[in-house]
Ligand binder design. Structure first.
Ligand code: FAD
Length: 287
C-alpha cells in the first residue's frame, strides 16, 4: 500500500461473497420448510399482524429484522438511523498489477481512519473497496435498489488509487450501496416481548455478517421461550433511546463526518496522535 507506515494483522477475519451468502441462506431455510415471500413490503407491524403492500399477514410471533430499512416501518423512523455504505469493484486485474501490489495472501484490509475504508482481493482477482460516501440522507431516506451516487464512486476510486497506484488504468466494473442500522448508542440489540409476540434484532452498525448469526440464534431462543446462555447476554432486551427528530440527526451525522474527514486530513499531515476533532465528533453523536 502506498504511503503506509505500519500495520496490524489479525487472523480472525473471513471474506464472504455477499450474493452467494444470501442465496445460500435462502436455500438452507427453504430446505427446512420456510416460505420466503419476495417483493412484499411490510409497512406496519402490530401484535399479531403485519400490514404489507400486498395484504395482511397474521402470526402469533412477529420478528422485525430490517436493519437499516427499519425506518420504512410506520413509527420506526427514529429507531435506527439508516447509514449509507457503498462499495466499488475493479475489473479483474492482470498479473502485472498483482506482481506490483503483492497481496498474495488476500488478507482483508482496513485503513483504520476515522472515516474508514476497507478492501479485499476477491477470488476472481479484483479489488473490492468500501467506505462511506454520503453518510446519511435527510429524513432517514434509504437508497433506491443500491444505486450509488457519482460523488461516492469518485471518492472511493480516489481512495483506491491513492492506496494502489498500479490500479489506476483498471476499469471500475461496478458500484453498489445499501444502508446499515445505527442505534443511538451505536450498539446492537436483540429483543422479544412475550406479551405482544413482537421481537427484533439489529443495529449492527456495519458488522452484521457475523453478528446476525448470533442475533438470529438468540432471537429464535427468545421467541420459543427458551432460557439459554444466549438469552442472558447483555444485548438482550436492552432499551436504547431514539434518534433526535430532523433536522438534528441530519446535522449531527453531517457534522460528525465533517469532523472525521478533517481529523483524517490532519492525521495524514503528520499529527503526532489522534486528532481531537474525531473525539468531538464521537461525543456529538454518542458513538
Ligand atoms: C456496502 C456495504 C458493505 C458492507 N460490508 C460489510 C462487511 O464487510 N462486514 C460486515 O460484517 N458487514 C458489512 N455490511 C453490513 C451487513 O451487510 C449488514 O450488517 C447485514 O447484512 C445485516 O443483516 P440483516 O439480515 O440484519 O439485514 P439486511 O441484510 O439489511 O436485510 C434486510 C432485508 O430486509 C428487506 N426489507 C427492507 N425493507 C423491508 C420492508 N419494508 N418489508 C420487507 N422487507 C424489507 C431488505 O430487502 C433486506 O433483504 C455492509 C453493508 C453494506 C451496505
Amino acid at each position: 500500500m502506498a504511503g503506509a507506515l505500519g500495520g496490524t494483522f489479525s487472523p480472525h477475519c473471513a471474506r464472504v461473497h455477499p450474493a452467494k451468502l444470501v442465496a445460500g441462506i435462502a436455500a438452507a431455510v427453504e430446505r427446512r420448510g420456510v416460505r420466503i415471500l419476495e417483493r412484499t413490503r411490510a409497512q406496519r407491524i402490530e401484535p399479531g399482524v403485519v400490514t404489507t403492500d400486498r395484504g395482511r399477514v397474521r402470526a402469533p410471533r412477529i420478528l422485525r429484522c430490517l436493519e437499516g430499512y427499519t425506518a420504512s416501518i410506520r413509527g420506526q423512523r427514529r429507531t435506527w438511523l439508516p447509514m449509507n455504505s457503498a462499495m466499488i469493484v475493479t475489473e479483474p486485474l492482470p498479473d502485472s498489477v498483482w506482481d506490483d501490489i503483492g497481496w498474495s495472501g488476500a488478507e482483508l484490509l482496513g485503513d483504520n481512519a476515522n472515516a474508514y475504508c476497507y478492501a479485499q482481493r476477491t477470488a476472481d482477482g479484483r479489488i473490492a473497496l468500501g467506505g462511506r460516501g454520503i453518510p446519511y440522507r435527510f429524513g432517514s431516506r434509504t437508497d433506491v435498489d443500491g444505486q450509488t451516487q457519482d460523488w461516492t464512486v469518485e471518492s472511493l476510486t480516489t481512495i483506491l488509487h491513492g492506496m494502489f497506484p498500479a490500479v489506476r488504468p483498471a476499469r471500475i466494473d461496478h458500484a453498489w450501496c445499501g444502508v446499515l442500522g445505527v442505534p443511538r448508542d451505536w450498539c446492537a440489540s436483540v429483543s422479544f416481548d412475550p406479551s405482544t409476540g413482537l421481537g427484533w434484532a439489529g443495529g449492527y452498525v456495519g458488522s452484521g455478517l457475523t453478528t446476525t448469526h448470533l442475533a438470529g440464534r438468540t432471537l429464535a431462543d427468545l421467541a420459543l421461550g427458551r432460557d439459554t446462555d444466549l438469552t442472558s447476554l447483555p444485548w438482550v432486551n436492552r432499551s436504547v433511546r431514539r434518534w433526535e427528530p430532523e433536522p438534528f440527526r441530519w446535522l449531527g451525522v453531517k457534522a460528525m463526518y465533517g469532523l472525521y474527514r478533517e481529523a483524517d486530513r490532519r492525521e495524514n499531515k503528520g499529527l503526532a496522535g489522534p486528532s481531537r476533532l474525531a473525539r468531538i465528533g464521537n461525543v456529538l453523536t454518542g458513538r
